[in-house]
Design a binder for this molecule. Sequence first.
Ligand SMILES: Cc1cc2nc3c(=O)[nH]c(=O)nc-3n(C[C@H](O)[C@H](O)[C@H](O)COP(=O)(O)OP(=O)(O)OC[C@H]3O[C@@H](n4cnc5c(N)ncnc54)[C@H](O)[C@@H]3O)c2cc1C
Length: 517
Amino acid sequence: MTQVTTSRPRTRSQARSPRRRHYGVIVVGSGFAGLGAAIRLAKDGREDFLVIERGSEPGGTWRDNTYPGAACDVPSHLYSYSFELNPRWSRSFSPQPEIQQYLRDVAAKYRVADRHLFDTEVTRAEWDASAGRWLVDTTNGAFTATVLISAVGALCEPRLPDIPGIETFRGELFHSARWNHDASLAGKRVALIGTGASAIQIGPAIVDQVAHLDVYQRTAPWVMPRHDRAYSALESLAYRHVPFLQRAAREAIYWGRESYVLGFAFEPRILQIAQRAAKANIGKAIKDPELRRAVTPDWQIGCKRILISNTWYPMLARDDVDLVTDSIAEIRQDAIVTVDGTVREVDAIVVATGFHVTDSPTYQRIIGKDGRSLAEVWDETGQQAYKGAAVAGFPNLLFVVGPNTGLGHSSMVFMIESHLNYLSSALKTMRERHLASFEVTAEAQRKYNAEIQRRMQGTIWQTGGCASWYLDKHGNNTTLWPGFTFEFRARTRRFDVGAYHTTAAPRRTGTRRLAAV
Ligand SMILES: Cc1cc2nc3c(=O)[nH]c(=O)nc-3n(C[C@H](O)[C@H](O)[C@H](O)COP(=O)(O)OP(=O)(O)OC[C@H]3O[C@@H](n4cnc5c(N)ncnc54)[C@H](O)[C@@H]3O)c2cc1C
């Protein structure tokens, strides 16, 4: 549920604190999006930017999700920056440590690490209309910025389930995105709550060391076979010396993935082919008819994210694993109790229940020109933006992969790079046209979102018969992009200044210089 806090007005002296250091651009967050933004800004020749990151290094998702079995589920050749292909990926779906190392290496190669302020959380960002700047408060000082870039990620704030008694549990309990590596699960009775993308990687990775695993499933996912393999030394050598080969592999993966959109967005019946493959995946691994029934979803494939695994179903079929489909009624100090009254004793609980996607706490901290936070605005309208990047009432703020930019089928890095084009073009436009500010018009935003929601109507995400985190409390899909990703790329190639109110930068007295962006 969205928590809305009313923003406290700031006094004039607080806002104008002389200790504030000014930057042309402040980027919040340094995952694939924020790090990519830093690289793009540096390539564009900008010196006056700062990336503020609460973690101690870049990486975002890949720094935080260190759980056993963590790996990407879009092949690495595509799930990487187009400007920095990596011939050293060890396999098709690289494990988390490799992806995190890739991001570290990229930050070092493009020399942007020293443009970061690490271990620093943005606690508030407020548009100061009189100064035409963002006032940015952090746990490590206060700043101003002409332009604020939000790259805080959609899958970044762990969501803990609201289960009575959860705080009384005496054993180890942690979220998949905050894995406690000090806690040994060896020989323990472990409960895994959730059966989403993280859970299906975690379960098979820990099952051999635990004494017993209970998997708590609210909704069964569709799980397709995972076509993963290690790359041979010859392949890596070829990719290193003939980059064209890796580009060709990337292209082939890209177009293969795009073909899913036909089923997701235009003709859901096409997805029956995938559903049959997923059913066969169940049939191959699970012989017990009752268990088969329990793991077979009652909604159409594609309605939620399609998962991939060769080990999930075989794991569920093991004698030392129980699939629990009754809802959890309460957690006690040493047990989980389901609504049918069964008490299952456990030593440790792994919570893999996803993230605050449409209600990130960050949205309470971004305050627009009329003193309202993004959370307050979006609580009324549902989260929406123009091209996933700009929000009316929030001048000089751009998101990298904001609302309706998520994908169920392909690489988020493709969407991120599309938005990097948009923000780079926006900043160039500001410079060329001597603009002090830009703010998307309410009309442009309304029209754009009406189009998005109209296109959502026939999609599998709305018609597939599931309740998913893609949908908000109004029943709207405010998370996914409803079409081919190349269309998004085309629509974000250039900053379309005509959709924005703009103000001119004041000329400085006695000089021809214009206010720096
Ligand atoms: C386990 C997992 C696996 C995934 N696998 C895939 C995959 O295979 N393919 C795919 O396309 N996508 C995948 N995703 C989605 C993934 O999140 C995106 O691909 C991508 O990594 C998002 O990058 P980002 O920079 O937008 O966000 P993030 O990586 O979440 O980075 C956001 C950053 O912002 C920082 N931040 C947030 N708030 C603040 C604040 N107030 N102050 C300072 N810093 C702040 C965070 O610390 C974080 O570093 C996966 C997600 C998860 C959780």
